[in-house]
Design a protein around this ligand. Structure first.
Ligand code: ATP
Length: 324
């Protein structure tokens, strides 16, 4: 029997879909989140980034009302997950890291279970199941038992289960962990479509190129603190190191340039926002030392360098190491 309210929440008003304000969460002595603020607008995709143990899952669990914050508050379209857990849950689609499929049931039965929880019945439920199955490549798998699906197929069903009630806020915790390229593309395309339809999406991942593909905004957690928040462009402008890197056969010369330059062995790094425009001036400043130049490289700003700057470690290190 459905235990959740039967209607799916309607379109959102002007305010943010999600407001997280001053959230602190401790597990005993360990502070998992500290004074975190985060807003997500309707239709916005936020890539939630951070090393293992940074607090991403804890934040999603708090938003979904699975944990209670020690301080601060959360609102999901104005609803408080602590005081109004059912009202809040209706507005959220949550796909946690651990797969939550009922293994003896078919894909269709798994999806139907969630459709019914949202109050959908009969033809309306069937239609919605077809709608979420198609973009995720599940149409041919609807009659199969969950237990016989591959890991990537299960991951897609798991995501579809979070979408079936058309939630205005979607929380996806590493939805592409361990999936192949095709599944990843299907998941990313589905996320983009949902956002274009007005769904606010919080998407945690260790794969920075995905965030670039989604062209969303970014929130970086480091040791439980939100250390960067903005659109990709804003963060790359603020933190992404860009410049011209010159390698010489001997020690680099002193150059008279309007930009900061540092020596590292035989390499001179000139930090400048638009490196391609700076090249003529750098070359002119070289004068006779141009004969010693063995290589010139343009360093373009990237999310990778943003992540390194704000957390002190590269993102691929974050994916591989476990600091928890
Ligand atoms: P990952 O990228 O590995 O999934 P994460 O950013 O999601 O990590 P969390 O799972 O939120 O990080 O964990 C944040 C911190 O809280 C970690 O130090 C973790 O060990 C700790 N932690 C998480 N859940 C619990 C718990 N139930 N009891 C005690 N400590 C916990």
């Amino acid at each position: 029997m459905p235990t959740e309210p039967r209607t799916v929440p309607g379109p959102v008003d002007d305010g943010p879909a999600l407001t997280v304000h001053g959230i602190t969460k401790k597990y005993g002595q360990l502070t998992a989140l500290s004074e975190v603020d985060l807003d997500i607008a309707p239709g916005e995709i936020v890539g939630l980034l951070g090393h293992n143990g940074a607090g991403k899952t804890t934040l999603m669990s708090l938003v979904a009302g699975l944990l209670r914050p020690d301080t601060g508050y959360i609102r999901v379209l104005g609803r408080d997950p602590v005081r109004e857990p059912h009202e809040t849950r209706r507005r959220i689609g949550l796909a946690p890291q651990e797969l939550g499929l009922y293994q003896p049931l078919t894909v269709r039965q798994n999806l139907l279970f969630f459709a019914e929880l949202a109050g959908l019945r009969g033809r309306a439920a069937d239609r919605r199941i077809e709608e979420v199955a198609e973009p995720l490549g599940l149409t041919q798998l609807l009659g199969r038992r969950a237990s016989v699906l591959s890991g990537g197929q299960q991951r897609r069903v798991h995501t579809a289960m979070a979408l079936v009630h058309r939630p205005p806020l979607l929380l996806l915790d590493e939805p592409t962990a361990g999936v192949d390229v095709q599944t990843r593309e299907q998941l990313l395309a589905t996320v983009r479509t949902m956002a274009a339809e007005g769904t606010a999406i919080c998407y945690s991942t260790h794969y920075l190129p995905e965030v670039e593909t989604l062209d969303g905004s970014v929130a970086v957690l480091n040791g439980g603190r939100l250390v960067a928040r903005g659109t990709l462009k804003e963060l790359v402008r603020q933190y992404g190191d860009s410049g011209v890197e010159l390698s010489f056969s001997g020690g680099p010369p002193d150059l008279s340039l309007p930009w900061p330059a540092v020596r590292d062995g035989r390499v001179l790094r000139v930090t400048v926002e638009q490196p391609h425009l700076a090249v003529p001036q750098v070359m002119a400043a070289l004068g006779d030392a141009a004969g010693e130049l063995v290589n010139l490289r343009l360093v373009q700003p990237s999310l990778d360098s943003v992540f390194l700057r704000v957390t002190g470690r590269r993102y691929d290190a974050a994916a591989e190491e476990d600091t928890t």
